[in-house]
Ligand binder design. Structure first.
Ligand code: NAP
Length: 254
C-alpha cells in the first residue's frame, strides 16, 4: 500500500519495509530509526505502548491515547503519533455511522481499543469497554472519563451491549489464521439496530461481521480504517496528499 503510494507520488527514492522486532530488541530498533535514513515508521502489536519512553516526544493525541502507531521524524527527533483514532472515525463516517452522542461498546482494551475509546469519547459518545482483563480495561478511563467497564464474558456481554448503537471489536479474535473465532458468543443477542465494526481486516470478511449480518445488522471490517490510518501516516511522513484510491487498489490486489 505504501510503496504503491510512494511510487504514484514520484517519491522513487523512498521505500516502505516491514521490520520484525522482538520485544527485547525494541530499543535497538528505535536507535536504528534515529541513525538510518528513515523518514518515519509505523509501530504495531505488541510495541504500541512500549515504544513511548524510547521516543523524544508525542503529539497531543498520542499523549491522550497512550499508544503510538506512527513515528514521525522532525529535525532528527522521533515524535510518536496515533493515526488509528482518526482512521477509525473516517471509516465509520464513510459507512454513514455517526458516533456523536451514541452509546459505543468496545471489545478489548489494548492499543487499538485505546485509540477507539479516545476517538469515541472525543466525539461525545458514551463509551463502554468489555475486556478479559478488568484492570487493563479500567486503565482506559483516563482516556474516556465516565466510561463503563465490563468483563468480556458470556454473562456480562448482554448487559454491556444493552442499548448500544455501535459495537467495535478491538481484539484480534477472528484474525487470520484464527478465522473461526469471534469475540461475540454464539448464543448472545446483538442490540437491535447496532452497527458492528470489526477492526480485524484479514480476512476481509470476519466471523463477527457474518454473525452481525445474520442477526440483521449492518457490519464492516477494518480494511477502510487500515487504509485511512496509513494515508494519514503517509501525509505526516512525506508532506504530500495520500493517493487513497491507489492505496486501496494495492491492498485489494494482494
Ligand atoms: P493489542 O494491543 O494486543 O490488544 C488486543 C486486546 O485484545 C487486548 O485487550 C487483549 O487482551 C485482547 N485479546 C486478545 N486475545 C483475546 C482473546 N482470545 N479473548 C479476549 N480478549 C483478547 O492489539 P491491538 O493493537 O489493540 O490490535 C487489536 C486488533 O485490532 C488486531 O486484530 C489488529 O490487527 C486490529 N487493528 C486494526 C487496525 C485497522 O487499521 N483496521 C488498526 C489497529 C489494530 P490481553 O491483553 O488480555 O491479551
Amino acid at each position: 500500500m505504501h510503496n504503491a503510494a510512494l511510487a504514484a507520488s514520484g517519491l522513487n527514492d523512498w521505500c516502505y519495509e516491514a521490520m520484525p522486532v522482538e520485544p527485547s530488541r525494541l530499543a535497538e530498533a528505535v536507535r536504528t530509526l534515529r541513525s538510518g535514513e528513515f523518514g518515519g515508521a509505523n509501530v504495531t502489536v505488541p510495541h504500541k505502548e512500549a515504544v513511548i519512553p524510547l521516543l523524544d516526544g508525542l503529539t497531543p493525541l498520542a499523549e491522550t491515547i497512550g499508544a503510538v502507531n506512527t513515528i514521525i521524524k522532525r529535525d532528527g527527533r522521533l515524535i510518536g503519533h496515533n493515526t488509528d483514532a482518526a482512521g477509525l472515525l473516517a471509516d465509520l463516517r464513510a459507512h454513514g455511522v455517526r458516533v456523536e452522542g451514541r452509546e459505543v461498546l468496545i471489545l478489548g482494551a489494548g492499543g487499538a481499543a485505546r485509540a477507539a475509546a479516545g476517538a469515541c469519547a472525543e466525539m461525545g459518545a458514551g463509551v463502554r469497554v468489555a475486556a478479559r482483563r478488568r484492570a487493563q480495561a479500567e486503565s482506559l478511563k483516563e482516556i474516556a472519563p465516565g466510561m463503563q467497564v465490563f468483563d468480556l464474558t458470556r454473562r456480562d456481554l448482554a448487559r454491556a451491549a444493552e442499548g448500544c448503537e455501535l459495537i467495535i471489536n478491538a481484539t484480534p479474535l477472528g484474525m487470520w489464521p484464527q478465522v473461526d473465532s469471534s469475540p461475540w458468543f454464539e448464543d448472545a443477542a446483538f442490540p437491535a439496530g447496532a452497527f458492528v465494526y470489526d477492526l480485524v481486516y484479514n480476512p476481509a470478511e470476519t466471523k463477527l461481521a457474518r454473525q452481525a449480518r445474520a442477526a440483521g445488522l449492518r457490519a464492516a471490517t477494518g480494511l477502510g480504517m487500515l487504509i485511512e490510518q496509513g494515508a494519514l501516516a503517509f501525509e505526516w511522513w512525506t508532506g504530500r496528499a495520500a493517493p487513497r484510491e491507489i492505496m486501496r487498489n494495492a491492498i485489494s490486489n494482494l
